[in-house]
Design a protein around this ligand. Structure first.
Ligand code: LMR
Length: 394
């Protein structure tokens, strides 16, 4: 039987991780997978996470199963963190999931149950796992224009035109903040225009928010998600705690389904619980319990927010430094967008040959579409990267 299997394509982001590890050069620079690194190149366990783990170790008396939706305290705390009261709690169904990826997967599975014929619209480009999960579940996707490589910003007119072509009941996957892979985001006024099209065309938003707190701050980064959820009768929201709590390997995410009313939310909740049961039964609990412990304790929460703010400002400073170095070396403002982008990533707009030269000749690892992880840099490596980009012909 097993010999009948077909080979699967390697994931572009994850195979880059392996290539970087295998490179013997000391001065190599890893700008690949989206993991935060401090200026010393470490991905530390956040202080509040350590403290919460200690508390759980001291106080937890059982490892018996939770409910199918996970720990209710986690779901409540995350609904509040992401939605900030924008929607009545009784309209929101929620389940803990294994990471943000698990939330996206369960969201697509839920769409498949409710509307198997719906097309799921994705930004061009988007995180490569989005189309891959949709394909895997036998659903259909389509692309809307998003990134304008000439400006490094969003092609809003193209985006709106494409979304106007979607059929009623189609699903539109939107990045709540810190767009992955481009780093280019909609302004508040542009979000209003997107919401107007969603309403006009009767589309269902599916918001992927994996980097809350990495762009302009916890509330600012959730503002668009809250606005969409507040304006639409129904929405789906997939959120991740991997990055903002730095608990990547714990696999901690949440899927929220916002229904028209309480009855709709109860029906959605039953379906989400059922999907969890079919796919993996109970969601992982440790990371979720850490998050709930932090979010429900004033002191731990304040310390977590302070550390997250340090992470955010470190990345923002690196963005400014890189844009400045490139402006100086190229004597132009063609890389000014790097300072405008938000989150971990920026797409530089370099052709694949230059990305390849950077890897071969300079030991700089970025994703093939020229996405860089800003957090892979520090103040010493920014000038080296800028020089390498220019030397490679960028
Ligand atoms: C990324 O885009 O690098 C992260 O979301 C990690 C992943 O799973 O791809």
């Amino acid at each position: 039987m097993l010999e009948a299997l077909k080979e699967q394509p390697a994931d572009k982001i994850l195979s880059l991780m392996a290539a970087y590890r295998a490179d013997p050069r000391d001065d190599k620079i890893d700008l690949g997978v989206g993991v935060y690194k401090d200026p010393q190149g470490r991905t530390p366990v956040m202080r509040a996470v350590k403290a919460a783990e200690k508390r759980i170790w001291e106080r937890q008396e059982t490892k018996a199963y939770t409910g199918l939706a996970g720990d209710p305290a986690y779901c409540d705390a995350m609904v509040a963190l992401v939605l900030g009261g924008a929607v009545a709690r009784d309209r929101v169904a929620a389940v803990a999931t294994p990471g943000g990826t698990g939330a996206v997967r369960q969201a697509v599975d839920l769409v498949k149950q409710a509307a198997p014929g719906a097309t799921i619209w994705l930004s061009n480009p988007t995180w490569p796992n989005h189309p891959s999960i949709i394909r895997h579940l036998g659903m259909t996707s389509a692309e809307y224009r998003y990134f304008d490589s000439a400006t490094g910003g969003v092609d809003v007119e193209g985006m709106l035109e494409d979304l106007r072509g979607a059929a009623e009941g189609d699903v539109v996957l939107l990045h709540g903040c810190c767009h992955n892979p481009t780093g280019a985001n909609l302004t508040e006024a542009e979000w209003d225009r997107v919401i107007a099209v969603l309403q006009e065309r009767g589309l269902i938003p599916l918001i992927d928010i994996a980097y809350q707190g990495f762009g302009d701050g916890l509330d600012a980064d959730a503002a668009a998600t809250r606005k969409v959820a507040g304006a639409m009768p129904e929405s789906l929201i997939a959120a991740s705690c991997s990055k903002n709590f730095g608990i990547y390997r714990e696999r901690t995410g949440i899927l929220m389904a916002i229904a028209r009313d309480e009855g709709g939310a109860t029906l959605a909740q039953g379906n989400l619980n059922h999907l969890n049961r079919q796919n993996y039964s109970f969601p992982p609990d440790h990371g979720a319990r850490v998050v709930a412990t932090i979010l429900t304790d004033d002191e731990l929460r304040a310390d977590w927010q302070a550390e997250l703010e340090e992470v955010r400002s470190t990345m923002l400073e690196l963005r400014r430094q890189l844009a400045g170095e490139l402006a100086r070396l190229t004597n132009s403002d063609r890389y000014a967008f790097i300072a405008e982008h938000r989150g971990m990533f920026s797409r530089l707009g370099l052709p694949p040959e230059i990305v390849e030269t950077l890897r071969k000749d300079h030991g700089v690892y970025m994703v093939g579409d020229s996405r860089i992880n800003i957090a892979g840099l520090n103040t010493d490596t920014v000038p080296l990267l800028a020089k390498a980009i220019v030397a490679a012909g960028g």
